[in-house]
Design a protein around this ligand. Structure first.
Ligand SMILES: *Cc1c(COP(=O)(O)O)cnc(C)c1O
Length: 374
């Protein structure tokens, strides 16, 4: 059994992917080819935004958004403490200061109450200017955007939706990657919509910001390619990755339904023995991960060892709160700064999850967990 079986997915789509890749290779149109523009249109239509600007990774997508808003030294950017490192790394790489916010223990997403608390503290402190809230759709579940939007409006902050894991999710019928003033996603192979290398995209309804992101991703070009009006990056999506994503986007609705069937089956079999992921009313998750919670660190670690002995892979997403990462040690953040995240890092375990997981696989995972906990 594989944690995320990308090869099985390739086999299911092989003939279309092989044709798409060989078309690009024989076309000679390798960078910013017509398929990149086609894909951007398809992605914007899917998400429901006016613009999609593709780029080289989900991390770059976050950086592009921050550049557009001129975020840098002296600016405070609020990020959840429980997420992949890149969420905060993008902020730091632009010279701004990430302010870590605790998360909700049931949804794993940024906690609006702690968010408001940390904004007030930052204002009172007076050293940094609050500018942006980065909300992450962790494990596929959209963050609590109604609450986050009302806080953002009250304090005059932008919302940057980090939808790297969220693509395909929705809230009251509105799709993920449309909730931020700018939203981003990643096409890293293991994400809900993955390519066969690195890739990412930004989404927005704002014409001016879209034009700026298009400039920043290509060395700060003006409309003329060899006139550079700002310092930018080299961050483009390869045409071959765009071609792969076009095929995978067509199969995406079926895969999204399949991962949700897998998740529902896990929940049916596990709800009375471990804490299962919560999907609040009105929310739909892209099920990037299926993450259970155990009672304590020893139980979690022993279960992981036991599963491994049974040939069942599992992963701890994430073992370390961002504020405890060695790269942020110099910030001198007090202990008990984000207690929920501390606890989650000790007790979470993500189970094998992909659209091609069989009922037999699901049964053997759940039986092993039951067997261990009895
Ligand atoms: C994967 C991920 C990123 C970074 O995406 P890359 O394409 O790997 O650069 C950013 N944020 C979150 C929450 C992620 O899971």
């Amino acid at each position: 059994m594989q944690f995320r079986d990308l090869r099985r997915q390739y086999c299911a789509l092989k003939s279309d992917i092989d044709i798409a890749v060989s078309d690009v290779v024989s076309s000679g149109d390798y960078i910013m080819g017509s398929r990149v523009r086609e894909l951007e249109k398809e992605l914007a239509d899917y998400v429901g935004t006016k613009h999609c600007i593709s780029c080289a990774s989900g991390t770059d997508a976050l950086i592009l958004a921050l550049k557009v808003w001129g975020i840098g030294e002296g600016d405070a950017v609020f990020v959840p403490d429980f997420t992949f490192f890149a969420t905060a790394e993008a902020v730091s790489s632009e010279g701004a200061s990430p302010i870590f916010v605790d998360v909700d223990k049931d949804t794993f997403n940024i906690d609006p109450a702690d968010l408001e608390e940390k904004i007030k503290l930052t204002v009172r402190n007076g050293e940094l200017k609050p500018r942006v809230i980065v909300a992450v759709d962790l494990f596929g579940l959209p963050a609590n955007y109604p609450a986050i939007r009302s806080i953002a409006d009250r304090y005059g902050l932008f919302i940057l939706e980090d939808g790297a894991q969220g693509f395909g999710g929705s809230l009251n019928g509105k799709r993920s990657c449309s909730f931020g003033d700018i939203s981003t996603t990643s096409f890293f192979p293991a994400k809900p919509l993955g390519c066969y290398g690195d890739g990412g995209a930004c989404f927005t309804d704002n014409d001016e910001w879209a034009a700026l992101m298009d400039s920043y991703r290509m060395h700060g070009k003006s409309l003329s390619k060899y006139e550079n009006v700002r310092i930018g990056m080299n961050s483009r999506l390869d045409t071959v990755q765009a071609a792969i994503l076009q095929v995978k986007l067509k199969a995406f609705a079926d895969e999204l339904a399949a991962v949700n069937r897998v998740a529902d089956e896990y929940s049916n079999l596990l709800y009375d023995i471990v804490k299962i992921p919560a999907i609040p009313e009105g929310f739909f998750s892209s099920r990037a991960q299926y993450t259970i919670r155990l009672n304590n660190e020893a139980e979690r670690d022993d279960l992981q060892t036991y599963l491994k002995e049974q040939g069942i892979p599992s992963t701890v997403y994430y073992p370390t709160p961002l504020h405890r990462q060695p790269a942020y040690r110099n910030l001198g953040i007090p202990t008990s700064y984000c207690p929920v995240t501390d606890k989650l890092c000790e007790t979470v375990l993500s189970l094998p999850m992909h659209p091609y997981l069989t009922q037999e696989d699901i049964n053997s995972v759940c039986n092993a967990i039951k067997c261990f906990l009895k």
